[in-house]
Every structure is written in C-alpha cells, then in structure tokens.
Design a protein around this ligand. Structure first.
Ligand code: COI
Length: 353
C-alpha cells in the first residue's frame, strides 16, 4: 500500500515546550486509513490534523467499538528520532482488535507509517528531560447503524501530542486510593484490551478519589475485592523484603509494555521479580512489619511513577516516607536512558524513525 501525503496550507505555532502538561497540544499532521468489509484496509495517508466527519449514528458513538494505543518518540542527544518498542504496541493493538471484533491490520506496515508520521513532525518532538512526543493510534467503527453488531467500516487514525509528565506533580510520588466499591474489569471482560470502555468505567472512581485528594485509583479484583490489579493509567509494582512483585496478567489487567520492559530490566539487574497474585492485605501487613520498601507504577504516559501513599478502607499507608525508592529510581534512570539514547540499547528496543 502506498502512503500518500497531503500538505497543510499553514502550520501551527508551537507551544511552550517547558510547559506542555499532557495531551493538550496536537501537531500539524495525522495519519488516517480506512477499512471496508470485502476491501480491507485502504488509502493510508498523512493529512493535515483536523476534525473528522462522523454521522450522528456512527457506531463508535453508541457502542464504543474502539481501541487505542499509546507510545512515545524521543529526540536523541544527536538529534535522532527514537521510538520505544513500537512493534509491541502494534501487536497489542491487534490483540485489542481481536477482542473488540475489529479487523486485524499489518503491524509492520503500521510501524512504518508511525515512523513516517513522526519523521514528518520531527520539529514537534520536544527535547527537554521528561518530555516526548506522545503517539496515539486509535481505531473507530464508523458505520451509521443503530443495531448492536460489529461494524463493517473503520477508521485507523494516529494523532501526535508533545507532552511533559502525565501527573501534575511530575516525577514526585503519587498518592493512590484503593478502590473497594467500583470495579474496572473482570475476567472474561475487556480488561486486557486497550479499549475506551475500561477507561469510561474508571471515571466515577477516579473522580471520587480526586475529590479525596488522591491522584489515581488502585483497582482490586472485581469478585473478591481482595487482589491488586492495576492503577488506572499504569501497572503496579511492590518491593517487599527482597522481592519485586507485580500482579500476574490474568485477563483483566493490561499487559503494559513498560511493565514488560521493567520486569526484564529488574531481572537483568539481579532483582528477584515475581508476577503473582498479591492481596492488598499482604501489602498492608508487610508495611506494618516494616517489610514494604517501596511501590511504583509503570506506563507509557506515567513512565515510572513512585507511589507515596495508599489509602484503603480509610487507613492511610505512607510508603518509603513518601519518597522515591532505589528500585524505582534505578528503573526510571535505565528506561528513560534507553528511551532517550543516553544508555546503550542492548535489548534492541529502539526503532529509529
Ligand atoms: C498510556 O500510558 O499511554 C495510556 O494509554 C494511559 C492513559 C493515558 C490512558
């Protein structure tokens, strides 16, 4: 398939790269590709960023048949454009597609399309520490129909946004509210897929947590409200004694690419890493015995975010005196070092655009 290019008449003014926040600015161009049953994916193009036309009866608006991804491009020290494991994001998008009855696409072709789009928007990649160009691929069902069925037409779109840190407090530890009323996902549902419904289901709990002064919610398993699952925007890790523990992938947790990378880096650094069930009670008991050393989250948007406090059932649990611990600090330095080209990429995780 040929990727065609449509030139923008006028380019936007760039934002203040010192003050980007997250997901507030969008670049001059976006990628669009269509799908029609019987024809497959067709007409991939890089076109000026702008509104898309949708029918009010468009399926995605009613039944949420949509998937998305998040990955980042970095400006290396000598000006190279570095993408972190884009093939993993494309593979996960097809896994999400399978669950959401959205047709598969050619992953290698889409990695190439991402490279070209990012290359086109090279001037938008911020270079200050902690900044990057966030890449948001997503697919929506576009049929105009009100019956509940998978669509027959789709749009695959990629938008780009120069970003700083996801959380307003930057890399300072976040405080987390352990949610024991609402749930995000259940085995057999869509928890492992990156689909809007999981995030829609999280909004109410997130709002309540924010009103109580917490940054994010820690989800527990939906049946027993006992086992730790994930935080709304990141996977979670605990350091107890000499073990680094993260909940095992059980069908309702997102298989984070930063999670997967962190596990590999930790094992290589000699840590004992366990992917296993961990109850919130185990975390609180370990803390009461002085064995909870630190906790942190991993995610593309969140990078590595230390956790400063949990609150479960009204009981506050400060972690590592509200400071970043040595394990989180090491992983943060290594992963951001590889992503930005400061540290040699011995894993082959970087794709140059
Ligand atoms: C990401 O980390 O890229 C995410 O998609 C999480 C969030 C911004 C929805």
């Amino acid at each position: 398939m040929e990727l065609r290019f449509e030139k923008a008449e006028k380019l936007k003014e760039k934002p203040d790269m010192n003050n980007l926040g997250f997901g507030q600015y969008f670049t001059d161009y976006m990628f669009v590709m269509d799908y029609k049953e019987g024809k497959g994916w067709y007409d991939p193009r890089i076109v000026p960023y702008g509104p898309i036309e949708m029918d009010p009866s468009c399926m995605v608006l009613h039944y949420g048949q949509t998937v998305f991804e998040g990955l980042k491009a970095y400006k290396g020290e000598n000006g190279e454009i570095l993408l972190f494991r884009p093939e993993k994001n494309m593979a996960r998008l097809n896994i999400s597609n399978e669950r959401m009855c959205i047709p598969q696409f050619d992953e290698a072709f889409m990695v190439e399309a991402i490279r070209k789009l990012v290359k086109t928007e090279e001037d938008w990649i911020p270079s200050l520490p902690g900044t990057s160009l966030y890449i948001r691929p997503f697919i929506i069902a576009t049929d105009s129909k009100l019956g509940v069925h998978p669509g027959t037409t789709y749009k695959f779109i990629i938008v780009l946004s120069p970003v700083g840190s996801y959380y307003p407090q930057g890399v300072k530890p976040v405080d987390i509210y352990v949610e024991d009323v609402y749930c995000r996902a259940v085995k057999g549902g869509t928890g492992f897929a990156k689909t809007a419904a999981n995030y829609a289901a999280s909004l109410k709990a997130q709002k309540v947590a924010e009103e109580k002064g917490y940054t994010q919610v820690l989800w527990l398993d939906a049946i027993e409200k006992k086992y730790v699952e994930e935080v709304g925007t990141m996977n979670v890790f605990f350091v107890i004694d000499n073990e680094v523990i993260t909940p095992e992938l059980n069908g309702s947790i997102l298989a984070g690419i930063t999670r997967m990378s962190a596990i590999e880096l930790l094992k290589d650094a000699g840590y004992r890493v366990s992917e296993r069930k961990i109850s919130i009670q185990e975390v609180y008991t370990a803390a009461s015995e002085g064995r909870l050393n630190e906790a942190f989250g991993t995610g593309t948007a969140a990078v590595i975010s230390p956790i400063g406090e949990f609150c479960w059932d009204g009981v506050k649990l400060p972690v590592n005196n509200g400071e970043i611990g040595p394990v989180a600090a090491k992983i943060y330095d290594t992963i951001t070092g590889i992503q930005s080209g400061r540290i040699e990429d011995k894993y082959g995780w970087i794709t140059k655009a």
